[in-house]
Design a protein around this ligand. Sequence first.
Ligand code: NAD
Ligand code: ZN
Length: 378
Amino acid sequence: MIERTLIKLYHILSTMNELFRMAVSPIENGVETQYTEIIVKPGCLSEVPEILRKPLRRYAIITDSIVARLYGYRLQQCFRKISLDAELLEFHEGEQRKSLDTVDNLVNQLGEYGYGKKDSTIIALGGGVVGDVAGLVARGYMRGIHYVQVPTTLLAQVDSSLGGKTAVNTSHGKNLFGVFYHPTMDLVDPETTLTLPERVYRSSLAEVVKYGAIDPHFRRELEIHLDSLLRKDIELVSRFVLESLIIKAFYIDKDPFDEGVRQILNFGHTIGHAVEFASDYNLTHGEAVAIGMNIEGRLAVANGNWTDREFDSLINLLKRVGLPQNIPDYLDRKKILEAVTQDKKREDDSIKFVIPSQSNPLAPVQIKMKKDDVRALI
Ligand SMILES: NC(=O)c1ccc[n+]([C@@H]2O[C@H](COP(=O)([O-])OP(=O)(O)OC[C@H]3O[C@@H](n4cnc5c(N)ncnc54)[C@H](O)[C@@H]3O)[C@@H](O)[C@H]2O)c1
Ligand SMILES: [Zn+2]
């Protein structure tokens, strides 16, 4: 089962008001590839310059237009107060800007400011969009520059800031252009979730519910504490952020490049990404994944992998969060189907769904379907 001892350790540390540090060290062919240190601590945003031990001289804070105003200038001042050079590089908020144009623009700004490979660090300050874009920029700029994640949406805190997946969308689909690149640190201040709009916060909870579909123990905890989580009780938010990251770290450690067991984390995403794309990103990532989990979960029941009870408990959680479960009528089914067949999880001429097994977290179930059968699902 997923490491419960780490979670216990967190509770001990959190009552001592200490930082929690955890290493993720993906191993490929026996060699440690990259290393991410995770820190979850309410209020730690203002301590970022101190926490980045042996700070480099120069920082480029990549962020979006909303987060810049809420936290970006504040973080910039924290660096400047201790005589470190920090510029804000911002782009307009929103999934529509998760594009190669934005990458191009940011790379040019880095060049204009003269950021160098050895003396500079990129800080990805924002939600999943900022994290995915900034990670890609960091991987490409001068063939790779140091970067850290400072996630400010619940979704980025529980999911996208860890694991090294970076990507932008193309006109053919979501996340079609990207690379793996792990940040050296994932620095989470759960208090930043207090300013999230309700819709963004509830959307983020879709990824938390996803961990519940993977780990029954986590699901029971979520069922008990969901109301407090919806009220943004920060101690509880911190705990769920950390427990989510522990589940994610467990899979990254086993399968850093998403070739096997880690694919369990894509539950709900084969349909979800296609629905998100077909909605022109009017549905949030979390809303689309909620719809995807309903459809893929039903598939698991039909295939005999889940019981009705297991499926119902997932749907109940989605309902309590207030997330959608069905594809809105106005969405073009043909566009969704085309996007599903463009998905990275396609193999030969079949479309692959990865469903968590309820009895063995290390044995996700793969269901392969032909395009015509997928048409019947949507
Ligand atoms: N790389 C990965 O492993 C991974 C995993 C899951 C999702 N993702 C990606 O993440 C993206 C979705 O991320 P998201 O839901 O964070 O969306 P987002 O980054 O677009 O943020 C949502 C909105 O919240 C605003 N915001 C951010 N922090 C805020 C704060 N503290 N207070 C107020 N407003 C704030 C943003 O400006 C934006 O308007 C998608 O592109 C998805 O594909 C990536
Ligand atoms: Zn996701």
